[in-house]
Structures are given as structure tokens and as C-alpha cells.
Design a protein around this ligand. Structure first.
Ligand SMILES: Cc1ncc(COP(=O)(O)O)c(C=O)c1O
Length: 376
């Protein structure tokens, strides 16, 4: 008698991913400035989220915390950074989570509950989708940036109502229609949450982020963000009213039941925050303009208006081949496929950084031009 191996279903699932060109495997690279070395080959890195490329002097690695924040893993550097971040977002207080992903999970599931309604943009990041599920609230997806759909769905009744959107959409590089969203929310007495992981530190004066850029920062009830992208450090945080922060400290599981980030990372964030971010931001803006103009001249269809520039290919297999072609020619851009983006909307997601020199951009454009004939 043959019995099926109890882990056979795992192999079937992996096989299935391979058949659909959706299988992922890890690459090992060493990053240095605008370059990344993979398999001993130096490549131009066009998929780093270290947008500002801030250089700071190294921080001495202190003893690693051995506990969660509420036990013994807390020190004054946390208090200092949380004060800085609250001011940065013009909010009463802020709290740091180990990652932006955990900030979404923890904060959304703390304030939204069964009986509530969350309206969530269809292109919101996986951490927002998971956070909504975890909350137990009824999640209603509205069409991407579609205010007509949102307005209609905002009429639905729930105990408490929330709307959640990204500030800059991570895979499309477009801004959310945050002004209209906050106005509609206000009319319907809805709590407005913005995950600005890709706009924070990068957009607006002093990198205040997307809502400030659109002049609606006062209408945002809860900010969620990452310290691992624009700031180029590590961690996540939320900023809001004191009572929301207090409730998250008391009830947010991804804050309470996990070890604190080591203090040297917090000190690193403070150092990066206090650096000359404006100079780096100007460089990023210049690089974005230059690369975007060049790509459009080559013939690529670009809908983004920010430092995230997707070249949408559609077919998954073709996107892998495109990525490989670029890599063979010295440029690293990772193909992005389902479920990160919808099926048949695979893309090469270029992220511009201030690390890139004019020469780097010209070199990459020559390679993109070569690739356009094959994949454009
Ligand atoms: C919109 C958005 N939110 C949250 C996160 C998670 O942030 P972190 O990398 O700090 O976990 C990401 C990361 O890609 C993101 O794109």
C-alpha cells in the first residue's frame, strides 16, 4: 500500500508557483552606495528603498536589548526618537515598532474591531491587508484612488468607520488622492489612516510626507510609516493622538509581544533624521526627473510622478526575462509579480535614490534603451 507523503502538498504548491512563473528565490548581494555586488558582479542598484542615501558616521553597536519595550528593552533614545517623530508628523505622540509591517498590524488591529468598517484602497500594501483581516472589522475594498467608489462605500453603516490608504503607492508610484479622501472622511465622520512608508522623509518640505504635501496633515488621524525606506535606517512607527498611542502601548500585540529594536538602530535613526536630508532630497528629485525624462524619451509608458517608477510588462515570464536582461547588462531591478501586484501586471519597479550619480543614470538609460527594443 502506498501512502502519500504528509508533506507532499508543499512540493505541489512549490511546483505550482514554478509553473505560473511566480516562484521566488533569494539572491545574495552586498550593497555599497549606488552599486550592488551579486555573484561577484557589480551592478547598478535600481531597486533600493534607501531613497535619500544619507551617509552618517557609524554608531557604536551597544549591548543588544534582551527584552520587549514594556519589560526592560527600553531606553532614553526611544523617548528621544519618538518625540522627534511626533513633532515631524505634528502629532501629540508616536511609538516605534520593530518594522513598518508590524506597525500596520499592531495599530490597525488595536483601534478597529468587529462591528467596525474599514475602507481600504485595492492597491494597499500586504501589511495593510493583513492588518485589516487581523482587526476583525469588515473590510471593504474601494477601487484604486476612485473617489466615486469611496464616497458610495462610505455611506455604509458601521460602529466606527475607518479609511486607510498609502500616501505614495509602493508598486505604482502614484500619490493617493489624499485631499479628497480626507474631505470625504470628514463629512462621514470617518477615521483617516495613512501609511506613508514611501513618502515619509522624501516628500514635501523637511520630508514631512504626503499629507503635508497636499496640505491635509491635520485631517489625518493616524500615520503609519517605516524608518527603513526614505530615512535609510530600520524600524516602523505610528504617530497620532496621545490616547491612540497609549492604547497601542497597552494592547498592540506586535508592540508588546516582541523584542525591542536594539538601541543603536534607534540612535542611527536619530542621526539620520538630524542629517542634511534636504540636500539629499534635492538630489533625489533631480535624479528622478532625469531618469523619468530619459525613460519617456526611450518610449516607455510612465504613469508615476514620484521616485518609484514601474515599467509595467504584464506577463510574469517576460518580466523575469526583462530583469535577467538588465542584470546581464549591469543593472539590477527586481521583477515584481503576483501577489505583490495583480496577476498579469508584472513589472520592473525602479526605485530612484540619491545615491545615483549623473553617470550612473546615463549608463542605466543606455541599457534601458537597449532593452526597450526587446521588451518595451
Ligand atoms: C506601504 C508599505 N507599508 C509598510 C511597509 C513595511 O515596512 P517595513 O519594511 O518597515 O516593514 C512597506 C514595505 O515595503 C510598504 O511598502
Amino acid at each position: 500500500m502506498t501512502s502519500k507523503h504528509k508533506l507532499g502538498f508543499i512540493d505541489s504548491e512549490l511546483e505550482n508557483l514554478k509553473k505560473q512563473n511566480l516562484y521566488r528565490k533569494l539572491r545574495y548581494g552586498v550593497s555599497e552606495g549606488s552599486q550592488i555586488t551579486i555573484n561577484k558582479k557589480k551592478l547598478l542598484n535600481l531597486c533600493s528603498n534607501d531613497y535619500l542615501g544619507i551617509i552618517t558616521t557609524p554608531i557604536k553597536i551597544s549591548q543588544l536589548q534582551s527584552s520587549s519595550r514594556l519589560v526592560s528593552g527600553n531606553d532614553e533614545s526611544y523617548k528621544k526618537l519618538e518625540g522627534i517623530l511626533a513633532k515631524h508628523k505634528s502629532k501629540e505622540n508616536s511609538i516605534i515598532y520593530p518594522t513598518g509591517y508590524m506597525a500596520n498590524l499592531g495599530a490597525v488591529s488595536t483601534i478597529a474591531k468587529k462591528g467596525d468598517i474599514i475602507l481600504s484602497d485595492e492597491l494597499n500594501h500586504a501589511s495593510i491587508i493583513e492588518a485589516c483581516k487581523l482587526s476583525g472589522a469588515k473590510t471593504i475594498i474601494y477601487k484604486h484612488n476612485n473617489m466615486f467608489d469611496l464616497e458610495n462605500k462610505l455611506k455604509l453603516k458601521g460602529k466606527n468607520k475607518f479609511v486607510i490608504t498609502e500616501g505614495i503607492f509602493s508598486m505604482d508610484g502614484d500619490f493617493s488622492r489624499i485631499k479628497e479622501i480626507s474631505e470625504l472622511s470628514e463629512k462621514q465622520n470617518t477615521i483617516t489612516i495613512v501609511d506613508d512608508a514611501h513618502g515619509d522623509f522624501v516628500v514635501c518640505n523637511d520630508g514631512k510626507g504626503t499629507p503635508t504635501y497636499f496640505n491635509v496633515e491635520k485631517k489625518i488621524d493616524l500615520y503609519i510609516s517605516s524608518l527603513s525606506k526614505g530615512l535609510g535606517s530600520f524600524g516602523g512607527y505610528i504617530a497620532s493622538k496621545k490616547n491612540i498611542i497609549d492604547l497601542c502601548i497597552n494592547k498592540s500585540k506586535s508592540f508588546i509581544y516582541t523584542s525591542a529594536l536594539p538601541s543603536f538602530l534607534i540612535q542611527h535613526s536619530i542621526k539620520k533624521f538630524k542629517s542634511n536630508r534636504e540636500k539629499q532630497k534635492r538630489k533625489l528629485q533631480k535624479n528622478t526627473k532625469q531618469l523619468m525624462k530619459g525613460l519617456k524619451q526611450i518610449g516607455f509608458e510612465i504613469n508615476s510622478t514620484t521616485h518609484i517608477i514601474p515599467l509595467v510588462i504584464g506577463n510574469e515570464k517576460k518580466s523575469i526575462e526583462f530583469g535577467k536582461f538588465l542584470m546581464d547588462n549591469g543593472v539590477f531591478v527586481q521583477p515584481i509579480r503576483y501577489p505583490t501586484v495583480p496577476k498579469n501586471q508584472a513589472r520592473l519597479r525602479i526605485s530612484v535614490t540619491a545615491w545615483l550619480s549623473d553617470k550612473d543614470i546615463q549608463r542605466s538609460l543606455r541599457i534601458f534603451e537597449k532593452s526597450f527594443r526587446k521588451f518595451g
